[in-house]
Design a protein around this ligand. Structure first.
Ligand code: ZN
Length: 460
């Protein structure tokens, strides 16, 4: 069943049709639970010694969270119970809203053999692995992710099968394949021998001109994506020479953003170079991803336009360290770019925070192993952010960027029962975010006392 934003009449009609086919399945705007995976009707009460209020940016003391089905019904100060409720004691824990990663790639991971795997693997191989990566992400405490780029819309299928209860994973908002230009970061033919470079076009998410821009977005709509990802500059891990050159014209960028907004999609923009960032911001894009070479003018424009910055900070450090540690870690063209980005990104993120740019949490997991999505937190604190702000980035800020803050991003009555816990106060020790030992998504417990709970699909 669809997860999408469904803001247009057409999408609403499409949703209504598919829900009619799934009689008895409640209409829900994000990550609806299948009836087969539905939790028992008995209420559940979580006793949390401390609870993060992500909206107010403060830590609350002893709190009870009352859950009925897949939603929170009450948040009460102190420990209470309710008739027939199952009480879950989370002694020693701090409860937080389910974490949100606004930038992942669940159908890929840069394992040591990835560049050759890309030539040997069929799509099915990646899809099978994506179910494992999705589960690792969920068990790491990330109950919602925005997937910003796949190969052939395979994460649309992953999203749907998670929502139907066949496999365990986070709520997914997926962009399908990223949209870019010929020879750009989104063009998979880069750096390959010429007979492995098909003449790709808008149908394959490669555009040249504004008509192609509209066609590519419409192709994505046709495949039932939730969001759009575009690439206005070069990138680190493709086999071309530049990380920061501009790869979409101002007109193409405006057309892509206009088309996406027309269909109710938010737009995440992969951009390292200052000019590509500027083009995206003035076009009205919703978030800048990476932003490595963002300059002062970009930061000023982002504040004026309310553009979010999703910094993927650990990925920058990760690829630089990997390249430093092994001269053959990446192909030569990638190696040179990888050495550049880590320190530059650390500096830019610190500067942008000081300049007052708004941030949402996003990691680029897939470039590094899925499930380690928490690793941005310590680096964000290292460049000068308060731990509380870093936690808000991964909860209410990311929910607001994704326009899902009515359903996720805080622990509150009416929202999904997406709740995680860590053993202690992460505002005092941010590395506790790597020790998530309780994970509930939509009222279903996937991890408890640090142990993965057996997930048995009863979907049929
Ligand atoms: Zn990415």
């Amino acid at each position: 069943m669809a997860v999408g934003t469904m803001t247009t009449a057409g999408r609403a009609r499409r949703a209504a049709y598919s829900f009619a086919l799934l009689a008895g399945c409640a209409l829900a705007p994000l990550g609806a639970q299948a009836q087969d995976a539905a939790p028992a009707a008995k209420p559940v009460v979580l006793h949390c010694p401390a609870l993060l209020d992500s909206v107010a940016g403060k830590m609350l003391g002893q709190s009870s969270v009352v859950i009925q089905g897949d939603r929170v019904t009450e948040v009460v100060s102190g420990y209470v119970t309710r008739p027939e409720a199952e009480v879950v004691e989370l002694a020693g824990e701090t409860c937080l809203p389910g974490l949100i990663d606004a930038h992942v790639h669940l159908s890929n991971e840069f394992t040591p053999t990835v560049y050759s795997d890309m030539l040997h693997f069929n799509l099915a191989d990646w899809v099978v692995r994506s179910t494992v990566w999705a589960k690792r992400t969920l068990l790491g405490g990330f109950t919602t992710v925005r997937n910003l780029g796949d190969s052939h819309y395979e994460t649309v299928a992953l999203r749907d099968q998670i929502n139907k209860g066949w496999v365990a994973g986070p709520r997914i908002l997926t962009a399908g394949p990223a949209i870019g230009s010929t020879g750009g970061h989104a063009d998979d033919g880069d750096g390959l021998r010429m007979d492995l470079q098909p003449d790709v076009g808008a149908h394959d998410s490669i555009i040249n001109g504004t008509a192609d821009a509209w066609k590519a977005v419409r192709e994505h709509y046709k495949q039932n994506v939730d969001t759009i990802k575009i690439m206005t500059t070069g990138g680190v891990l493709d086999l071309s020479g530049s990380v920061d050159n501009s790869q979409l014209t101002e007109e193409e960028t405006k057309a892509l953003v206009a088309a996406a907004h027309e269909y109710g999609y938010i737009v995440g923009v992969h951009a390292h170079g200052a000019e590509g960032i500027r083009r995206a911001v003035v076009a009205g894009a919703d978030s800048i991803e990476h932003g490595t070479f963002m300059d002062a003018q970009d930061m000023k424009l982002m504040k004026e336009h309310g553009t979010y910055y999703v910094p993927t900070i650990y990925t920058g450090t990760y690829v630089t360290e990997k390249a430093k540690g092994n001269p053959h870690a990446y192909p030569p063209a990638v190696q040179a770019k990888a050495l550049l980005v880590g320190p530059q990104l650390m500096k830019t993120v610190g500067d942008a925070y000081k300049a007052g740019v708004k941030f949402a949490y996003g990691t680029d997991a897939g470039v590094y192993p899925h499930g380690e999505n928490w690793k941005d937190f310590p680096l964000l604190v290292q460049v000068g952010m308060p731990a509380m702000y870093a936690l808000q980035m991964a909860t209410i800020n990311a929910a607001t960027l994704l326009k899902k803050d009515k359903d996720i991003g805080s622990v509150a009555a009416g929202k999904y029962a997406d709740i995680v816990a860590v053993p202690g106060d992460p505002t005092k020790d941010i590395t506790l975010m790597g020790k998530v030992d309780f994970v509930m998504k939509g009222g279903v417990v996937f991890k408890k006392g640090g142990a993965e709970q057996v997930f048995t699909s009863t979907a049929h």
